[in-house]
Design a protein around this ligand. Structure first.
Ligand code: ZN
Length: 116
């Protein structure tokens, strides 16, 4: 159920943007969601449909783009894109260190809207 508050805040951004731009109807919402986020596309759309009902964003499609996970090496400071689907520990491509911290991968934001 953690999608619900997220979608609520996304919808607020969408509606504010729509009002600012005198939009009559929102057709699609392009979202960028970090690969590490556990938000599921189907739930996001379902909650969006539910929350947007009766408003100008009703029926809008969510177009979800996953953005890669970026890590920063704790030893040499190099930033690199991490393949989180592999099992083995993440290794810095520059120096081979396994110490790292997350720069991005959990964030989500509204990239743009398609509207009439
Ligand atoms: Zn390194």
């Amino acid at each position: 159920m953690h999608e619900l508050p997220v979608i609520n805040s996304i919808l607020k951004v969408v509606l504010k943007h729509a009002v600012d731009n005198n939009v009559n109807k929102v057709i699609a919402v392009h979202l960028q969601v970090g690969e590490l986020s556990d938000l599921e596309d189907k739930w996001m759309q379902q909650y969006f449909d539910h929350l947007a009902k009766g408003g100008i964003a009703e029926g809008a499609r969510l177009k979800i783009e996953r953005t890669p996970v970026v890590m920063k090496c704790s030893d040499c400071g190099d930033a690199y894109i991490a393949d989180i689907k592999q099992d083995k520990a993440l290794v810095c491509p520059e120096c081979g260190s396994k110490k790292n911290s997350l720069i991005s991968g959990r964030e989500y934001f509204v990239k743009n809207l398609e509207a009439i």
